[in-house]
Design a protein around this ligand. Structure first.
Ligand code: F6R
Length: 619
C-alpha cells in the first residue's frame, strides 16, 4: 500500500524526475488514489501532486514542468488518513520555508497527539494526513540539527505505528534519507546514483544490485553510496543481494494487461518454484530452510496464516499436508489469528503465506506466533521483504514479480511451495507417505505442461465471459480442494468485475445456499476427477443435478474425458487429468481467465480494480 521512490544522482543526466516517474509507474499497483513528486531545486523544494491515477500527475507535469534535478522522491497513495484529494496527496512539506518534503507509507498511530502539540505551537496544516505531522516535526528538528539523518533519528523516536518515510531538504541536495518500521523499504545501488523503493520494481530499470534493510533502520543515500544506522544511532549494515529478474519481467510483454500476462506466466511460476528442490535421486532437499530436522520432526501441529488469495492457497495446502504428514493443520486468516487466543507452542509450526511479504496482518500474526514460541516459516514471493526477515525460515516461491493487483500466478506458486513443504515433512517423518513424496514431485513436474495445454484452450471461456458481461451474480461450488478453488474463483470475480460472487462447499448447498438458485443463475462447479477417493466425483455430479433441476445455468469444470457431467452441464470446461490434490493448479485457471475477460467486457481496469491496492501494509 502506497509506493515510494527516492533517487539521488551525481549529474543531471537522466534527471531525478524521469527516474522517479518511471519508478512510480512500476509501483502504481501499490495504490492509485493520488501521486506526487518532490525535487530539490536550488534553495527550495518543488512539488507536483494530483489525486487519481499517475496519468493525472503526468498531465500536471506537462502543464507545469519541473526543472532538472539530481535529488527527488515520489509517491503513489492508497488513502488512509484523509480522502484521496490533491491536498492530501504526498509529498508533504514541513516548516515554513518550503525546503523540506516528505513521503510516507503506513500509519502514524499517535499522530493526533503529536498534531495537538504542533497546533499549540502555531503550526498550520494544509492536509488531513498523519504524514504532514511528521513533515513538520522533521522540519523543526532539521532547524536544530542541520542534518537530515539526525533529524530523522530524533523524529522516529517519537513515532508509533508502521511507517516508511523518505525525506529531502533543499539545504542538503544530493541526499535522501529513509526510515522504516514494519513497512517496506529497499535500497538500489547504482553507479553514481542510488535509489530507494517500496520494492525493487522501483529501480529495476536502473540496477539489479539491491540491499535489504532490517526493522527500525535509517538509510541515507547520496550519489556515493548508502549508509545505514539503527534508530538508536548505532551503525548497521544492510544485506546486499542481486535481483534475479530484470525490467522486462515487470513489463506487459505484449499482453494488454499485467493480469493476462501473469495468467500466462503460470507454467513458469510453478516450474520455477519446483526448481532445485530435489537431489539427483529425487529426494526433497530444502537446505534453504535452515531449521534442523530434529525441530521439524518434533512439530505436532501446523497453523497456516495468510489473507485473501494466499489464505485460499493455505486452505488447499491443508488437505495435502494433513494427508501426507498426518499432522493436524489449521488455516487462520492472519487478521483473526491474534485475537482468537491461538493454541500455539514450541512444537507448533506456523507457516505464513504471502506474495508480497509485507501484508501487515500476516506480519503481525507471524510476530505473535514467535512471541508464543512457535517455529515460523514464511512462504513468500518477494526477496528481502519483511515477513521472511521476521520468520525463522523462508521457502521462496519463484513466480517473478506479480504486478496486477489481483493475484494469479502467485496463488499457483504458493500451492506448489506449500506442497513441497508438506512433502518434505512427510519425507522427514518417514510415515507411509514418505515414499510417495518422490512420485508426487514427479507428477508436480508435469503440471506446468498441463497448464500450458489448458491455457491454449481458454477461447471458449473468454467467449462465455463476454456473453455474461451483464450478469449480476455468480456462484461457485467445489468440494475438498475444489472448495478453496471455488472461493478463489468468487474472489477474482468480485475484485475484478465488481459482481456479487460467492464460493461454497458443494455439500453445504442443501443446508441453505440452494435457496439462492433461481432460473438462469450461473453456477460454476469444480468437479473432482472420476478417480478421486471417497466417491467425491459422484457426489458433486449429484450436486450439479440438484441445482440444474432448479434452473441454474451450470458451467462445469471437469477432467477431460469425464462424460458423466455432460448431460447436466450448460458448458463443460475440460482440464487435463491429474491427481486429486494437484487439481487446483489447473481448475483455478479457467476461473481466473473468466474474471479477466468479464472485467474487460465491462470496460473495467483489470490491473488496478477500484478501492484495492497490492501489498496491504496497514492493519
Ligand atoms: C486477491 C489478492 C489478495 C492477496 C492478499 C494477501 O487477488 O491479491 O487477496 O492475496 O491481500 O497478499 P499477500 O500474498 O501479498 O500477503
Amino acid at each position: 500500500m502506497c509506493g515510494i521512490v527516492g533517487y539521488v544522482g551525481r549529474t543531471l543526466d537522466g534527471t531525478a524526475l524521469d527516474v522517479v516517474m518511471e519508478g512510480l509507474a512500476r509501483l502504481e499497483y501499490r495504490g492509485y488514489d493520488s501521486a506526487g513528486v518532490a525535487l530539490v531545486d536550488g534553495d527550495h523544494v518543488e512539488t507536483r501532486k494530483k489525486s487519481g491515477k499517475l496519468a493525472n500527475l503526468t498531465a500536471e507535469l506537462a502543464a507545469h514542468p519541473l526543472p532538472p534535478s539530481t535529488t527527488g522522491i515520489g509517491h503513489t497513495r492508497w488513502a488512509t488518513h484523509g480522502g484521496p484529494t490533491d491536498g492530501n496527496a504526498h509529498p508533504h512539506r514541513g516548516g515554513k520555508d518550503g525546503k523540506l518534503a516528505l513521503i510516507h507509507n503506513g500509519i502514524i498511530e499517535n499522530f493526533h497527539a503529536l498534531k495537538q502539540g504542533l497546533l499549540a505551537a502555531g503550526v498550520e496544516f494544509t492536509s488531513e494526513t498523519d504524514t504532514e505531522v511528521v513533515a513538520h516535526l522533521l522540519a523543526a528538528s532539521y532547524d536544530e540539527t542541520h542534518d537530515l539523518t539526525d533529524a530523522m533519528r530524533s523524529v522516529v523516536a517519537r513515532l508509533e505505528g508502521a511507517f516508511t518515510l523518505l525525506v529531502i531538504h533543499a539545504d542538503q541536495p544530493g541526499v535522501v534519507v529513509g526510515a522504516r518500521r514494519n513497512s517496506p523499504l529497499v535500497v538500489g545501488l547504482g553507479e553514481d546514483a542510488n535509489y530507494l523503493g517500496s520494492d525493487v520494481a522501483a529501480f529495476i530499470g536502473h540496477t539489479r544490485h539491491a540491499m535489504e534493510l532490517a526493522q527500525d533502520q535509517i538509510v541515507t543515500i547520496t550519489p556515493d553510496g548508502a549508509t545505514v544506522i539503527n534508530f538508536d544511532g548505532t551503525p548497521a549494515e544492510g544485506k546486499a543481494y542481486e535481483v534475479t529478474w530484470d525490467a522486462a519481467a515487470a513489463e506487459k510483454g505484449g499482453y494488454a494487461t499485467f493480469m493476462e500476462k501473469e495468467i500466462n506466466d503460470q507454467p513458469h511460476a510453478v516450474a520455477d518454484t519446483l526448481l532445485g528442490r530435489t537431489d539427483a535421486s529425487g529426494r526433497l532437499v530444502l537446505d534453504e530452510l535452515r531449521i534442523s530436522e530434529e525441530q521439524l520432526k518434533a512439530v505436532d501441529r501446523i497453523t497456516i496464516v495468510a489473507c485473501g488469495t494466499a489464505a485460499y492457497a493455505g486452505m488447499t495446502a491443508k488437505y495435502a499436508i494433513e494427508h501426507w504428514t498426518r499432522i493436524p493443520v489449521e488455516v487462520a486468516l492472519a487478521h483473526e489469528f491474534r485475537y482468537c487466543d491461538p493454541i500455539v507452542n514450541e512444537r507448533t509450526l506456523v507457516v505464513s503465506i504471502s506474495q508480497s511479504g509485507e501484508t501487515m496482518d500476516t506480519l503481525m500474526a507471524v510476530k505473535h506466533a514467535r512471541d508464543l514460541g512457535a517455529l515460523t516459516i514464511s512462504i513468500c514471493n518477494t526477496h528481502g521483504s519483511t515477513i521472511p526477515r521476521e520468520s525463522d525460515a523462508v521457502l521462496y516461491t519463484h513466480a517473478g514479480p506479480e504486478i496486477a493487483v489481483a493475484s494469479t500466478k502467485a496463488f499457483l506458486a504458493q500451492i506448489t511451495a506449500s506442497y513441497i513443504l508438506g512433502l518434505y515433512l512427510a519425507q522427514l517423518r518417514g510415515g507411509s507417505f514418505a515414499d510417495d513424496a518422490q512420485a508426487v514431485m514427479k507428477e508436480l513436474a508435469e503440471v506446468p505442461g498441463k497448464i500450458e495445454t489448458l491455457l491454449g484452450r481458454m477461447g471458449r471461456v473468454k467467449e462465455i465471459a463476454k456473453f455474461m458481461a451483464d450478469t449480476r451474480s455468480v456462484l461457485f461450488l467445489g468440494r475438498h480442494v475444489g472448495y478453496p478453488v471455488a472461493m478463489e474463483g468468487a474472489l477474482k470475480l468480485k475484485e475484478l468485475a465488481y459482481i456479487h460472487a460467492e464460493g461454497f462447499a458443494a455439500g453445504e448447498l442443501k443446508h441453505g445456499p440452494i435457496a439462492l438458485i433461481e432460473p438462469g443463475q450461473p453456477v460454476f462447479v469444480i468437479v473432482p476427477s472420476p478417480t478421486s477417493e471417497h466417491g467425491l466425483h459422484g457426489k458433486v455430479v449429484s450436486n450439479i443435478q440438484e441445482i440444474r433441476a432448479r434452473g441454474a445455468r451450470t458451467l462445469v469444470i471437469a477432467e477431460e474425458g469425464d462424460e458423466s457431467v455432460v448431460p447436466f452441464a450448460d458448458e463443460v470446461i475440460s482440464v487435463p487429468a491429474t491427481s486429486q490434490l494437484l487439481a487446483p493448479l489447473l481448475t483455478v485457471v479457467p476461473l481466473q481467465v473468466f474474471a479477466l475477460w468479464l472485467s474487460t467486457a465491462k470496460g473495467l481496469d483489470v490491473d488496478q480494480p477500484r478501492n484495492l491496492a497490492k501489498s496491504v501494509t496497514v492493519e
